[in-house]
Design a protein around this ligand. Sequence first.
Ligand SMILES: NC(=O)c1ccc[n+]([C@@H]2O[C@H](COP(=O)([O-])OP(=O)(O)OC[C@H]3O[C@@H](n4cnc5c(N)ncnc54)[C@H](O)[C@@H]3O)[C@@H](O)[C@H]2O)c1
Length: 260
Amino acid sequence: MQTSRFQDRVAVVTGAASGIGAATARALATEGAKLALLDANEVALHTIAAELHGSEAIVTDVASAMSIHAAFDAVMKRFGAVHVLVNSAGVIGKFTLQNMSESEMDRVLGINLKGTILCTQAAIAPMRAQGGGAVVNVASMAGKRVSYAGAANYTASKAGVLGFTWHAAFELGAYKIRVNAVCPGPTLTGMTAKRNAEQRAEVVARIPLGRWVMPEDVSNAILFLASDDAAMCTGTSLDVDGGILVSNGSSYAEYFSVRT
Ligand SMILES: NC(=O)c1ccc[n+]([C@@H]2O[C@H](COP(=O)([O-])OP(=O)(O)OC[C@H]3O[C@@H](n4cnc5c(N)ncnc54)[C@H](O)[C@@H]3O)[C@@H](O)[C@H]2O)c1
C-alpha cells in the first residue's frame, strides 16, 4: 500500500547524493515530501536531483557553519519551511590512533559530529516557527561499540551523535521538535563498497539475520522516526543492524556448532 506520510512537508537530507541519504531522499519523495538535497559531492548531487523532480540540490559542506547557513537560507527561500531534517552526511576514518593526525581527527569529527549539530541548530528556527519538526541523525552501531570498518575518531563521532541526540531531544522537546537516531550495522553503500566478495562474506557470517543491511532498510527506519507514526518518540535510537548488537562477536554458525 502506498502511503503519503510526508505530503506537503519539507525535508532536508544531508549526504543525499549517495547511500543511506540517497535512499532516504527517494523514499521521502515517494511519500510526497518536498526535498532539499544537501551534499558536498556536486556531480553526484545533481544526478540524484535530476532523478527526484522538484527537489532542490544545494552543494553544502556540513562541516562549515557558513555553508550550512547558506544552505538553510536557500531552503527557506525555495520552500519556506523545514519539517524534517535527516543528518546522513558522514565519512569514515582509517588511521590507527598512533598514525592519526590532528587534521584527520578534525575531518571525521567535523563532518560526522559537528555537522550534525550545526544542521540541527539551523533547523531549530524554522521548526519552532511552524510548531515542531523531526530530526533523524544517522549514527551507527559504532556509537554503541567499536566500529568494524572505521577508526577511533569514527567511533567517537558516532557515540557523540548519540549523546547529542538525547540531549537535543530533551532541550528541543520544549518546541515539539523530536530528535532521534538510527544505528545502522554494515550497510552496502559507497562507504563499504570497496570490500571484495570474501570480505563481504566474512561480515555476513557475524550477522544473525544473515545479510548486509541495505540502504533501504535504514531509510525505512528513518522515515518511521521522521513521521507522525513516531509522534511520541524522541531521544531514542533504532538499531538497523541485523542483530549484530545482540550477538557475542563470534561467527554466528559457531554459536550453533557447539549447541544442540
Ligand atoms: N555504510 C555503513 O556501513 C554505515 C554504517 C553505519 C552508519 N553509517 C552512516 O551512514 C551515513 C551515510 O553513509 P553511507 O553509508 O550512505 O555512505 P556514502 O559514502 O554512500 O554517503 C555519504 C554521503 O555524505 C557526503 N558527505 C561527505 N562529507 C560531506 C560534507 N562535508 N558535507 C556534505 N556531505 C558530505 C558524501 O558526499 C556522500 O554522498 C554516514 O553518517 C555513515 O557514517 C554507514
